[in-house]
Design a binder for this molecule. Sequence first.
Ligand code: HOC
Length: 356
Amino acid sequence: MTLRALHDAARRTLDPVHFDYLAGGTGEERVLADNERAFDRYLLLPRVLCGSETRDTAVDLPGARRTAPVVVAPTAFHRLMHPDGERAAARAAAAEGVVLVTGTAATTAVDGVVEAAREADPDPAVWFQLYLHPRQEVTEALVRRAETAGCTALVVTVDSPVFGRHTRDLRNGFTDLPPGYAAENMRDLPGAPPGSLIDIPMSPALSWRDFGETVRMTSLPVLVKGVLHPADARLAVEHGAAGVIVSNHGGRQCDAVPAAVDCLPAVVGAVADRVPVLLDGGVRRGSDVAVALALGAAAVGVGRPVVWGLAAGGEAGVRAVLGALRDEYDHTLALCGGRRNTDLTKDMIVRRGETW
Ligand code: HOC
């Protein structure tokens, strides 16, 4: 099944309000659309007579060597999308040999997610996406929860000083999870009665100092997600980041920012000699993966398509998405004369309509 078919199947399957939560963006959804459209502005200039029968798409990421330069990006509330929720996505990612980033806003607590990943691979790479809490003991409790569960890296989201205004959710009145669903990682945290939940934190008062303190409280590699400005990428590295993820939160936060891939070259120029730079936002084809790698990304994150697969077919649906992307990427690499990911280089990129 193609990604487009899985998208359509997800739309048919899901409650329209939940589909809107998944599909929607902020404002007039220009950033959401531009994330995808921007990839059409980059073209690949293949090299010829330099390939091989088989390609090696393996990639070294913080704490993990994986089979493909594709990471399952964090997305929220998987159990709204499929009864098996995060567990299905975790098993699928582990079976495909790729990193899964499980979110603070998961409807399955992180220990359950890692446990499910281990059913497919005894040594999976599950990363935990974290919103820093203004009370450091809460952040620390979440970090310990991720460490104890067996996560191999943390991903701190920094593009959410306040919650984005999701146009469709506001229109639909989708402001709370239905009964029976919760952001389970937020249960049993310091300062709250046992068994109760606290809200997912978002605070505009957080700073790089808070990020640095988080890096110091763990031995896990800590990546920063949600960087667009190269100066922030440099600050992230100065404060101990093990990787930088260029992202505008899938077009769900500020409605006037550039497409993620358009911000990639400057961030790569700023820090890629020191840490891996990843990108998420708008990746829908294997050739998008190839473009991002040629622009200097170590790997790409894929969010919504994974949830289309989850909604349409649970674990098998997620595997279909990851398998299709891997297969298309490998095919594109072959067409570009590449043997491995690093054979895709910036001189193989031209902008549509520009000569070189
Ligand atoms: C209620 C807090 O990343 C999104 C998610 C937000 C997760 C926090 C939800 O919808 O963009």
